[in-house]
Write a protein that binds this ligand. Structure first.
Ligand code: GLP
Length: 258
């Protein structure tokens, strides 16, 4: 695992965009996208690079991590709508090449299994991730099996309150979601977690330097051979090995990439 402490959220975004750009240079790339506020600067950076012809999503497919269950069709806070609005509609990705969990299927368990199989078949090259205040990854709440696959989960009250800012009230935040499982996420070739701001300092330290435990789902990152954790100074304040991470990044050979 590599932890990079960048000076601010724009520097974090540039590094995350570099990781996506590296994946986009592969033939038939598959990019894993995340929602939440944390990846938004990365999407703005990717859109700017695409407009400047510095990268292209033309050959790419994109997948998402999770989705609310039970929102009315076309709801602006469905994660499919969010990812279209924040990235896909502004770059040269074919919208038919955006894959999200089917939360309207009559047999939702079968739809989850289908989505999981699709991800395995496609082979995700790079997966962007945020982290929840309680250490959740995608919508894998504390207690999620480290071996979990795509399935329906129930949100904690804390996550519903955290996400209420996107809705008129907390009562409108769905209780149920479909999320890639922790083992599903581990199937991607490169995991890139972005976290900025002081509220993420505790969860980042728990995920990166604490025990690997279902109580902190993001700690599953420690089991993956290729992880980049990109944080700003505020999100790095509780990292015991912060000086070592800084030293390592300062002396990283230019050819190495993330
Ligand atoms: C939601 C998403 C997660 C995201 C988390 C943190 O719960 N399902 O994928 O990491 O929010 O969001 P933010 O980046 O807004 O803090």
């Amino acid at each position: 695992m590599e932890v990079v402490i960048a000076e601010d959220e724009d520097a974090v975004a540039r590094l995350a965009a570099d990781a996506v750009a590296a994946a986009l240079r592969r033939p038939a790339p598959v990019i894993g996208l995340a929602t939440g506020s944390s990846p938004l600067p990365t999407y703005r950076e990717l859109i700017a690079r695409c407009r400047a012809d510095a990268l292209s999503f033309r050959a790419a497919r994109a997948v998402t991590l999770d989705e609310y269950v039970g929102l009315p069709p076309g709801h602006p806070q469905s994660y499919r709508a969010v990812i279209r609005r924040e990235l896909v509609d502004h770059v040269d990705l074919d919208p038919d090449h955006l894959f999200t969990p089917d939360v309207r299927a009559d047999d939702i368990a079968a739809a989850c299994a289908d989505y999981d199989r699709l991800l395995t078949d496609l082979g995700v090259d790079v997966q962007l991730l945020g982290i929840g205040a309680d250490g959740h990854l995608a919508f894998n709440e504390p207690g999620s099996s480290l071996g979990s696959r795509t399935r329906v989960k129930t949100l904690t009250d804390r996550t519903r309150h955290d996400n209420a800012r996107f809705f008129a009230s907390v009562d409108e935040v769905p209780r149920h979601v479909v999320t890639q499982g922790l083992a599903t996420i581990r199937g991607a070739g490169h995991l890139v977690m972005v976290a900025t701001g002081a509220t993420k300092a505790g969860p980042v330290a728990a995920a990166v330097e604490g025990p690997v435990t279902a109580s902190c789902p993001a700690s599953v990152l420690q089991l993956h051979p290729h992880v980049s954790v990109l944080v700003d100074e505020a999100a790095a304040t509780e990292l015991r090995l912060a000086d070592y991470y800084r030293e390592t990044f300062r002396h990283k050979p230019g050819w190495q990439g993330l």
